[in-house]
Ligand binder design. Structure first.
Ligand SMILES: [Zn+2]
Length: 257
């Protein structure tokens, strides 16, 4: 299972590194909005006006996942201690069981992906936190106890959420491990010129030959069929069979015929 992430970064956000440095988040905080029927886009637009008080990196509803902010920098989601350690994800609230199901699948997936991107595992109150856990650990920082009550209203306990995120995380391990074997055989009917393997622990890919068209990240060891090489603003990109693009810089990727 996989979902698209719509990147819609809020302009002007502060760029505060985590306590261990830029990109070095230590886990995730699972939130819910406490704003019945507000969509991820509504939350985005609200936070675009009020980010000096609070903002998160992701919000998830029943149709989409929107990324508001770069995960390389801390957000303002749950107070001093959590913000310098963790990425924050908001789950949009609904009373509709079908909408809940749709949004919950996306929530589990993005929580697992954020942890998987840095190989942090899924460990309660270590890499995986609810806002309620943050309140319990640092009560001086925050009074919120979401998303416990909201999830319970749909019959989901926090321990269920943790086990669902673990299962998704483990599924990501498997799918990444199988990509390098599958990719070469898919070459046979195309004009593919080779295979590119990711060397960096995490690397952006692009949906256009444009360094600003970031569409998501790939992880070390993933491999993709290359169909073309293009030069964009003086730097080379590989065009992949999927139609996406990735850097051709040998510092970050390895090319093989
Ligand atoms: Zn919260």
């Amino acid at each position: 299972m996989s979902y698209p992430i719509t990147q819609s970064f809020i302009p002007g956000l502060p760029k505060n590194p985590y306590r261990n440095g830029v990109g070095a988040y230590e886990g995730v905080v699972a939130h819910s909005t406490d704003d019945l029927n507000a969509t991820a886009q509504n939350i985005h637009d609200f936070e675009a006006r009020t980010y000096n008080n609070a903002f998160v990196q992701f919000a998830v509803d029943w149709t989409c996942i929107i990324q508001f902010a770069d995960t390389n920098y801390g957000a303002y989601g749950a107070g001093y201690n959590a913000n310098q350690r963790f990425v924050h994800v908001e789950l949009c609230e609904t009373n509709d069981p079908d909408k809940f199901k749709e949004s919950y699948s996306r929530y589990v997936w993005i929580l697992a992906k954020i942890l998987h991107d840095r190989k942090l595992g899924v460990s309660e109150k270590a890499s995986f936190w609810t806002h309620a856990d943050v309140h319990a650990t640092w009560p001086q920082d925050t009074t919120h106890t979401d998303p416990v009550e909201y999830l319970q209203s749909h019959g989901v306990s926090v321990s269920q959420l943790v086990s669902d995120v673990k299962a998704q995380y483990n599924a990501m391990d498997v799918s990444i491990a199988t990509v390098p074997q599958k990719a070469p055989s898919s070459n046979s009917n195309s004009s593919a010129s080779g295979l590119v393997t990711v060397l960096a622990s995490s690397l952006y890919y692009y949906n256009k030959p444009d360094w600003n068209a970031k569409a998501g990240t790939v992880t070390k060891g993933e491999a993709f069929t290359v169909v073309d090489t293009v030069t964009v603003n003086g730097s080379k990109m590989y065009k992949l069979k999927s139609g996406n693009y990735i850097t051709a810089n040998p510092q970050y990727v390895k090319y093989t015929n």
